[in-house]
Design a protein around this ligand. Structure first.
Ligand SMILES: C[S@@+](CC[C@H](N)C(=O)[O-])C[C@H]1O[C@@H](n2cnc3c(N)ncnc32)[C@H](O)[C@@H]1O
Length: 199
Protein backbone atom coordinates (compact mmCIF):
# COMPACT_ATOMS: atom_id res chain seq x y z
CA UNK A 1 0.00 0.00 0.00
CA UNK A 2 1.30 3.45 -0.88
CA UNK A 3 1.96 5.79 2.03
CA UNK A 4 2.13 8.85 -0.23
CA UNK A 5 0.29 11.68 1.45
CA UNK A 6 -2.57 13.44 -0.42
CA UNK A 7 -0.72 16.71 0.01
CA UNK A 8 2.36 15.34 -1.77
CA UNK A 9 0.21 13.98 -4.59
CA UNK A 10 -1.42 17.37 -5.16
CA UNK A 11 1.85 19.25 -4.76
CA UNK A 12 3.49 17.12 -7.41
CA UNK A 13 0.52 17.47 -9.74
CA UNK A 14 0.55 21.26 -9.52
CA UNK A 15 4.33 21.43 -9.86
CA UNK A 16 4.21 19.39 -13.05
CA UNK A 17 1.86 21.75 -14.89
CA UNK A 18 -1.21 23.92 -14.73
CA UNK A 19 -4.09 21.65 -13.70
CA UNK A 20 -7.29 23.70 -14.03
CA UNK A 21 -8.66 26.21 -16.53
CA UNK A 22 -8.30 29.20 -14.19
CA UNK A 23 -11.99 29.87 -14.77
CA UNK A 24 -14.66 30.08 -12.10
CA UNK A 25 -16.87 27.02 -11.49
CA UNK A 26 -20.28 27.37 -13.14
CA UNK A 27 -22.03 26.38 -9.89
CA UNK A 28 -20.61 29.42 -8.15
CA UNK A 29 -21.68 31.82 -10.89
CA UNK A 30 -25.14 30.19 -10.88
CA UNK A 31 -25.45 30.61 -7.14
CA UNK A 32 -24.32 34.21 -7.15
CA UNK A 33 -26.59 34.99 -10.04
CA UNK A 34 -29.43 33.42 -8.05
CA UNK A 35 -30.34 35.04 -4.74
CA UNK A 36 -30.98 38.66 -5.67
CA UNK A 37 -29.89 39.88 -2.24
CA UNK A 38 -26.30 38.64 -2.53
CA UNK A 39 -23.89 41.55 -2.28
CA UNK A 40 -20.11 41.31 -2.10
CA UNK A 41 -18.89 40.61 1.40
CA UNK A 42 -16.25 38.32 2.84
CA UNK A 43 -15.56 34.90 1.33
CA UNK A 44 -13.26 31.97 2.02
CA UNK A 45 -12.58 29.36 -0.68
CA UNK A 46 -11.32 26.10 0.84
CA UNK A 47 -9.30 23.80 -1.41
CA UNK A 48 -9.00 26.77 -3.77
CA UNK A 49 -6.45 25.14 -6.09
CA UNK A 50 -5.14 27.63 -8.63
CA UNK A 51 -7.65 30.21 -7.48
CA UNK A 52 -10.27 30.38 -10.26
CA UNK A 53 -13.20 30.84 -7.88
CA UNK A 54 -11.40 33.07 -5.38
CA UNK A 55 -10.12 35.38 -8.10
CA UNK A 56 -13.53 35.62 -9.73
CA UNK A 57 -15.14 36.55 -6.41
CA UNK A 58 -12.42 39.15 -5.79
CA UNK A 59 -13.08 40.64 -9.23
CA UNK A 60 -16.67 41.27 -8.09
CA UNK A 61 -15.56 43.11 -4.98
CA UNK A 62 -15.57 40.28 -2.42
CA UNK A 63 -12.80 40.27 0.19
CA UNK A 64 -11.51 36.76 -0.35
CA UNK A 65 -9.23 34.27 1.34
CA UNK A 66 -8.15 31.19 -0.61
CA UNK A 67 -6.81 28.18 1.29
CA UNK A 68 -5.08 25.09 -0.11
CA UNK A 69 -2.38 22.75 1.15
CA UNK A 70 -0.48 22.74 -2.15
CA UNK A 71 2.12 25.50 -2.19
CA UNK A 72 2.50 25.26 -5.97
CA UNK A 73 -1.23 25.86 -6.48
CA UNK A 74 -1.22 28.86 -4.16
CA UNK A 75 1.85 30.29 -5.90
CA UNK A 76 0.05 30.06 -9.24
CA UNK A 77 -3.12 31.58 -7.79
CA UNK A 78 -1.15 34.48 -6.33
CA UNK A 79 0.47 35.24 -9.69
CA UNK A 80 -2.91 35.06 -11.47
CA UNK A 81 -4.55 37.43 -8.97
CA UNK A 82 -1.66 39.91 -9.20
CA UNK A 83 -1.85 39.86 -12.99
CA UNK A 84 -5.45 41.05 -12.66
CA UNK A 85 -4.57 43.64 -10.02
CA UNK A 86 -6.66 41.80 -7.42
CA UNK A 87 -5.91 41.57 -3.75
CA UNK A 88 -6.64 38.09 -2.38
CA UNK A 89 -5.32 36.60 0.87
CA UNK A 90 -3.71 33.23 0.15
CA UNK A 91 -3.07 30.65 2.85
CA UNK A 92 -1.17 27.37 2.59
CA UNK A 93 -2.76 25.04 5.13
CA UNK A 94 -4.10 21.54 5.59
CA UNK A 95 -7.83 21.95 6.10
CA UNK A 96 -7.99 19.04 8.53
CA UNK A 97 -5.89 21.18 10.89
CA UNK A 98 -6.97 24.65 9.79
CA UNK A 99 -9.06 27.04 11.84
CA UNK A 100 -10.41 30.32 10.44
CA UNK A 101 -9.07 33.67 11.67
CA UNK A 102 -12.42 35.19 10.87
CA UNK A 103 -15.82 33.99 9.80
CA UNK A 104 -17.04 34.84 6.33
CA UNK A 105 -20.37 35.61 4.68
CA UNK A 106 -19.67 32.95 2.07
CA UNK A 107 -17.52 29.83 2.42
CA UNK A 108 -17.03 27.61 -0.62
CA UNK A 109 -15.69 24.06 -0.89
CA UNK A 110 -15.61 23.03 -4.54
CA UNK A 111 -14.62 19.59 -5.76
CA UNK A 112 -12.55 18.58 -2.76
CA UNK A 113 -12.57 14.80 -3.17
CA UNK A 114 -10.72 13.00 -0.42
CA UNK A 115 -11.36 9.89 1.72
CA UNK A 116 -14.49 10.03 3.88
CA UNK A 117 -12.93 11.11 7.19
CA UNK A 118 -10.88 13.83 5.50
CA UNK A 119 -13.72 15.35 3.49
CA UNK A 120 -15.92 15.30 6.62
CA UNK A 121 -13.21 17.21 8.52
CA UNK A 122 -12.99 19.73 5.67
CA UNK A 123 -16.76 20.32 5.65
CA UNK A 124 -16.79 20.74 9.45
CA UNK A 125 -13.96 23.28 9.24
CA UNK A 126 -15.86 25.06 6.48
CA UNK A 127 -19.02 25.17 8.60
CA UNK A 128 -17.10 26.72 11.50
CA UNK A 129 -15.89 29.46 9.16
CA UNK A 130 -19.37 30.62 8.11
CA UNK A 131 -20.73 33.80 9.69
CA UNK A 132 -24.24 33.89 11.12
CA UNK A 133 -26.05 34.66 8.91
CA UNK A 134 -23.95 33.20 6.16
CA UNK A 135 -23.76 30.60 3.41
CA UNK A 136 -21.72 27.48 2.84
CA UNK A 137 -21.56 26.31 -0.75
CA UNK A 138 -20.43 22.69 -1.21
CA UNK A 139 -20.06 21.24 -4.68
CA UNK A 140 -18.61 17.98 -5.91
CA UNK A 141 -19.01 14.99 -8.15
CA UNK A 142 -21.76 12.55 -7.24
CA UNK A 143 -20.80 8.85 -7.32
CA UNK A 144 -22.63 8.04 -10.56
CA UNK A 145 -20.44 9.46 -13.28
CA UNK A 146 -20.75 7.65 -16.59
CA UNK A 147 -17.24 6.36 -16.89
CA UNK A 148 -15.82 9.86 -16.95
CA UNK A 149 -12.28 10.35 -15.72
CA UNK A 150 -12.10 12.06 -12.37
CA UNK A 151 -11.76 11.33 -8.70
CA UNK A 152 -12.01 7.71 -7.46
CA UNK A 153 -15.52 6.54 -6.62
CA UNK A 154 -14.88 6.34 -2.87
CA UNK A 155 -13.94 10.01 -2.79
CA UNK A 156 -17.19 11.14 -4.42
CA UNK A 157 -20.08 12.05 -2.17
CA UNK A 158 -23.82 12.46 -1.95
CA UNK A 159 -26.12 15.16 -0.64
CA UNK A 160 -27.13 12.86 2.22
CA UNK A 161 -23.55 12.42 3.33
CA UNK A 162 -22.96 16.17 3.55
CA UNK A 163 -26.21 16.67 5.44
CA UNK A 164 -25.35 13.85 7.85
CA UNK A 165 -21.96 15.39 8.62
CA UNK A 166 -23.18 18.96 9.04
CA UNK A 167 -26.62 18.39 10.52
CA UNK A 168 -28.30 21.35 12.19
CA UNK A 169 -28.70 24.31 12.00
CA UNK A 170 -28.45 24.59 8.26
CA UNK A 171 -31.19 25.38 5.79
CA UNK A 172 -30.17 23.43 2.74
CA UNK A 173 -30.98 24.18 -0.85
CA UNK A 174 -29.88 21.13 -2.73
CA UNK A 175 -29.51 20.39 -6.35
CA UNK A 176 -28.05 17.55 -8.29
CA UNK A 177 -26.93 19.03 -11.55
CA UNK A 178 -26.54 16.91 -14.62
CA UNK A 179 -24.24 18.52 -17.14
CA UNK A 180 -21.84 17.81 -19.94
CA UNK A 181 -18.41 17.87 -18.41
CA UNK A 182 -15.56 20.17 -19.34
CA UNK A 183 -11.82 19.89 -18.80
CA UNK A 184 -10.92 16.37 -17.61
CA UNK A 185 -14.60 15.37 -18.02
CA UNK A 186 -15.05 16.73 -21.53
CA UNK A 187 -17.72 14.93 -23.51
CA UNK A 188 -19.07 12.93 -20.56
CA UNK A 189 -22.36 13.42 -18.76
CA UNK A 190 -21.57 14.14 -15.12
CA UNK A 191 -23.75 14.62 -12.07
CA UNK A 192 -22.66 17.19 -9.53
CA UNK A 193 -23.87 17.69 -6.00
CA UNK A 194 -24.52 21.39 -5.47
CA UNK A 195 -25.53 22.45 -1.98
CA UNK A 196 -26.12 25.90 -0.64
CA UNK A 197 -26.39 25.73 3.16
CA UNK A 198 -27.55 28.83 4.92
CA UNK A 199 -27.94 29.81 8.55
C1 LIG B 1 -10.10 18.97 -7.41
S1 LIG B 1 -9.20 20.30 -6.75
C2 LIG B 1 -10.39 21.60 -6.81
C3 LIG B 1 -9.79 22.97 -6.87
C4 LIG B 1 -10.81 24.11 -6.92
N1 LIG B 1 -11.64 24.13 -5.75
C5 LIG B 1 -11.66 24.00 -8.16
O1 LIG B 1 -12.85 23.72 -8.05
O2 LIG B 1 -11.11 24.18 -9.25
C6 LIG B 1 -9.13 19.91 -5.01
C7 LIG B 1 -8.21 20.85 -4.25
O3 LIG B 1 -8.31 20.57 -2.85
C8 LIG B 1 -7.04 20.67 -2.27
N2 LIG B 1 -7.08 19.86 -1.03
C9 LIG B 1 -7.44 18.55 -0.90
N3 LIG B 1 -7.37 18.16 0.38
C10 LIG B 1 -6.96 19.25 1.08
C11 LIG B 1 -6.68 19.48 2.45
N4 LIG B 1 -6.80 18.51 3.38
N5 LIG B 1 -6.27 20.71 2.83
C12 LIG B 1 -6.12 21.70 1.91
N6 LIG B 1 -6.36 21.56 0.59
C13 LIG B 1 -6.77 20.34 0.18
C14 LIG B 1 -6.08 20.14 -3.34
O4 LIG B 1 -4.77 20.59 -3.19
C15 LIG B 1 -6.74 20.69 -4.60
O5 LIG B 1 -6.21 21.94 -4.95
Amino acid sequence: MSDTKPRDVWEERYRASTVWTGKVNAHLTDWLGGPPQVRPGTAIDLGCGEGGDAIWLASLGWRVTGVDFAQAAIDRARVAARAKGLDVTWVVADLTEWAPHHRADLVTVSFVHEPEHIRAAVWRAAARAVADPGTLLVTGHAPDVDGAPGPPTDTRFTVDEVLAVLGEPWRAEVREVRRVGTGHHAGHAVTDVVMSLTR
